[in-house]
Design a protein. Structure first.
Length: 280
């Protein structure tokens, strides 16, 4: 009987020790939390609220059931979203924006209090659409293409400034896609056709003007030639006209002499006979 009671007492003490060790291990485990690389932790205390201290990488202690850790990823993360905005000339444009953002580590308690763990999903689409609409409204539709670097710079500066109000840091901002609606494409095509018609009309008008000037110059030349001939005739009499007739006859004779189909025959009393022969 004595040995049985001793064994039962030993087992009872062993069970109590094991239970105590289990409770101690549970309490110890619940008193520890780990922060991985690229993360930071904020502690929420049920009595004092969010604590101002920020826990870095490694293993840390907390008060079980009274404090609870919230882990933040402080590495840069990409975000992409689209927006439909109106230009200065009332054209609709589709824009896609890509951001690289991260939280300000020193303000994690404030971020947790105001925005929670999903701070980026709550803030970035909102301020992104706001900034895009404000910047695009300053430009005409064609300026978004010709002045794209300036548009991107304005969007980047405005977004960085707005994100800072929410304790967020933007490492990069880029417009990755820009397209217009079908109405704008039709308007551009119509504008190009109108410009081509206008250029063609300018060419026709310029050509007509050149032809008019050439006709005036030609008429002035013919009038001057007629005046000179008239004056020469008055001074030299009919001899000048006879001289011009002889020169013209010589030119005609020389031209006909080169033609193999024309035969030249001498005639009487100074007359000449030109006989045309057809080739067989």
């Amino acid at each position: 009987m004595g040995s049985n009671q001793a064994a039962a007492s030993f087992l009872t003490n062993l069970a109590r020790a094991a239970f105590g060790a289990g409770v101690a291990a549970t309490i110890l485990n619940s008193s520890l939390y780990t922060v991985d690389g690229g993360e930071r932790a904020v502690l929420f205390d049920r009595i004092r609220g969010v604590l101002p201290e920020i826990a870095g990488e490694g293993t840390h202690f907390l008060i079980p059931f009274l404090q609870r850790p919230y882990i933040f990823d402080i590495r840069t993360k990409p975000h992409t979203f689209s927006s439909v905005s109106g230009t200065k000339d009332l054209q609709m444009v589709n824009l896609t924006l890509r951001l690289l953002s991260r939280p300000e580590t020193s303000n994690l308690p404030r971020i947790f209090q105001t925005l929670g763990l999903e701070y980026d999903e709550k803030v970035l689409p909102s301020i992104g659409n706001e900034v895009l609409k404000a910047v695009v409204a300053q430009f005409n539709a064609d300026q978004l293409l010709t002045e794209r670097p300036r548009v991107s710079a304005l969007v980047r500066e405005s977004l960085i400034r707005r994100a800072k109000d929410f304790n967020l840091v933007l490492d990069d901002v880029a417009i990755t896609h820009l397209s217009y609606g079908p109405e704008f494409s039709k308007a551009v095509e119509a504008k190009q056709v109108a410009q081509q018609v206008a250029e063609r009309s300018k060419f026709v008008v310029a050509k007509a003007e050149q032809e008019r000037r050439a006709a005036v110059i030609r008429a002035e030349g013919e009038s001057e030639a007629a005046r000179l001939i008239s004056e020469a005739t008055k001074e030299a009499g009919m001899g000048l006209i006879e001289l011009r007739r002889i020169e013209a006859s010589r030119e005609i004779a020389a031209t006909l002499a080169k033609n193999p189909n024309v035969t030249y025959l001498p005639g009487g009393e100074g007359n000449r006979i030109l006989m045309g022969l057809r080739g067989r």
